[in-house]
Design a protein around this ligand. Structure first.
Ligand code: ZN
Length: 185
């Protein structure tokens, strides 16, 4: 398995639509395995294909030690409202409160090509929606109020120089300390 580079805010691929997967190939399985590896090294709980520079409509998720991949996911049902702080592996060190439906049911394909459904609430519901947004070129900062978004983006403008070429390089033993209590998606 390989650790992939993570694209950070400013890379146009994070704003592009993804393409539905038509067939699960060996290459796709390798991509998914590499994405899991990358997500774990980055200490994230979700990672979508555009974050590693890919156009496939898929994401990997692991909330509460229950890893799974969602391929061509769709939301079947959403209800309630919940507000909580989010971060993103593609926008390091920036956090903001995002309101989303509290409960969702999604349908997606797994690596066997079979459809499955997930009923989720709490952090898993938030994570699924955050990752599915990535597949449509949407980022959590888009949900912030004008003032909070402006503050987040100006903080990001100062951080950005740490990521030459808008690429976040990871190593297996990250020196970056994870002092923030919330997990990144
Ligand atoms: Zn994200």
């Amino acid at each position: 398995m390989s650790i992939l580079d993570i694209r950070v805010l400013g890379d146009p691929i994070l704003r592009e639509e993804t393409t539905p997967v038509v067939q699960v190939t060996e290459e796709l399985r390798t991509l998914v395995a590499d994405m899991f590896e990358t997500m774990y090294v980055a200490k994230g709980i979700g990672l979508a294909a555009p974050q590693v520079g890919r156009k496939e409509r898929l994401a990997v998720i692991d909330v509460d030690e229950d890893p799974f991949v969602i391929i061509n996911p769709e939301i079947l049902h959403a209800e309630g409202k919940s507000k909580a702080e989010e971060g993103c592996l593609s926008i390091p060190d920036i956090y903001g409160d995002v309101e989303r439906p509290a409960v969702v049911r999604i349908r997606a394909m797994n690596l066997d090509g079979d459809l499955f459904e997930v009923d989720a609430d709490d952090l898993l519901a938030r994570c699924l929606q955050h990752e599915m947004d990535h597949l449509d070129g949407k980022l959590f900062v888009d949900y912030l109020s004008v003032l909070k978004r402006r503050a987040a983006l100006s903080k990001w403008a100062k951080n950005k120089d740490k990521y030459p070429g808008l690429i976040r390089k990871l190593s297996r033993d990250p020196t970056r300390t994870h002092e923030h209590p919330d997990e990144e998606l």
